[in-house]
Design a protein around this ligand. Structure first.
Ligand SMILES: *Cc1c(COP(=O)(O)O)cnc(C)c1O
Length: 356
């Protein structure tokens, strides 16, 4: 039986895509082998690589003067790649600290330059997006984490800045429309909204594709993959193939615009239910709420644990909140059907009646 999987990542993939991959597993496109087994220099893989890049460009409306590359090491490796590639002018960068991942990125950058905090929401346990910012004039970049997976916040509006904006979009890529021209660099691990873990996508404006800092390792330098169409070394071929299938599927469904509508609908069902309940609550500032990750609690920690356990027994799995937050978290990425959210709400109603 397939369950509704509310995991924050790796997370659900569309069933149609899994079935397609299953069909291809022994013999991809008449090659007589699976994508897991084939050379990344083969004509079959070359076609996958190029189609996947082209689909990212099309679906995210990425302008000509940006490069799209595939790298490894997850979102976390970009925490160090960002300063190593970009601290080439004043050597300064500002970070907005909105949660665990932003903080990790900030700490990593401290090793490489003059790094400051432009704003933080740590005073209120990261339950909002800071709007009062102190951004220095001569920075090489301003860093944000656009959707905060653990705390359930999201930038409804990007911060005003003339600096190059760098955004971690690991948990909201392809979930909402983005004006790419507003950013210098965007990056995302694939395992939240796109594909199996192992693939990280970096989108970088071409004037920021440089040799980076002198100490920048070859494999962390974006230019290395830009110059080689992401084939400098062996790429994560299978996750890239899966990403291609997911993007084809997304295109068929109507693209990012349609996904955004569905995601707004799904999240509003859940937030409306929570807001109208005296049993469940969500502590995030309303205007900063994520469409993708919805944390919530019952009146106490014992009931939270009971909720997670019983939900699991009912086919609603991985609802336990992050250890930094506790409670529950429903991650409702693109592949979570509306029906999954409705089933969750039905279960929440039943649980409330039984435990009030
Ligand atoms: C999951 C996540 C990361 C970490 O990604 P890894 O691929 O595990 O390194 C970074 N940033 C955000 C916003 C995330 O959701």
């Amino acid at each position: 039986m397939r369950v509704y999987n509310f995991s924050a990542g790796p997370s659900m993939l569309p069933i149609e895509v899994l079935q397609e991959a299953q069909k291809d597993l022994l013999d991809y496109a008449g090659s007589g082998m699976s994508v897991c087994e084939m050379s990344h220099r083969s004509k079959y893989y070359d076609a996958i690589n190029n189609e996947c890049i082209a689909l990212f460009r099309e679906l995210m409306n990425i302008p000509e003067n940006y490069s799209v590359i595939f790298v490894q090491g997850g979102g976390s490796t970009q925490f160090e790649a960002v300063p190593l590639n970009l601290l080439t002018g004043s050597g300064k960068a500002d970070y907005i600290v909105t949660g665990n991942f932003a903080k990790k990125a900030y700490k990593e950058a401290l090793k490489y330059g003059d790094i400051a905090v432009a704003g933080s929401s740590e005073d209120k346990k990261f339950t909002y997006i800071p709007k009062d910012l102190k951004i220095r004039d001569d920075i090489d970049y301003l860093y944000i984490c656009q959707n905060n997976t653990i705390f359930g916040t999201r930038y409804a509006k990007l911060p005003e800045t003339k600096a190059n904006l760098v955004a971690d979009i690991s948990s909201n890529i392809l979930s909402e429309k983005m004006d790419i021209s507003k950013y210098g660099v965007l990056f995302a691990g694939a395992q939240k909204n796109i594909a199996p873990a192992g693939l990280t996508i970096v989108i970088v404006r071409n004037n920021l594709v440089t040799d980076g800092m002198k100490i920048c390792p070859t494999m962390l330098k974006w230019k290395t993959q830009v110059d080689n169409n992401s084939l400098y070394n062996t790429p994560p071929c299978f996750p890239i193939y899966m990403a291609m299938l997911v993007l084809r599927h997304l295109k068929k469904l109507g693209g990012v615009e349609e996904m955004q509508k569905i995601n707004e609908y799904k999240s509003s069902l859940l937030y409306d239910f929570i807001d109208n309940s005296s049993f469940y609550s969500n502590g995030v500032a309303k205007e900063d709420r994520s469409f993708m990750n919805v944390p919530f609690v019952t009146p106490n920690a014992d009931l939270d644990a009971k909720f997670v356990k019983e939900a699991g027994e009912n086919g609603l799995v991985s609802l336990k909140g992050h250890r930094l937050v506790g409670g529950m978290r429903a991650s409702i990425y693109n592949a979570m059907p509306v029906d999954g959210v409705k089933k969750l709400i039905e279960f929440m109603k039943k649980f409330e009646i039984e435990n009030k």
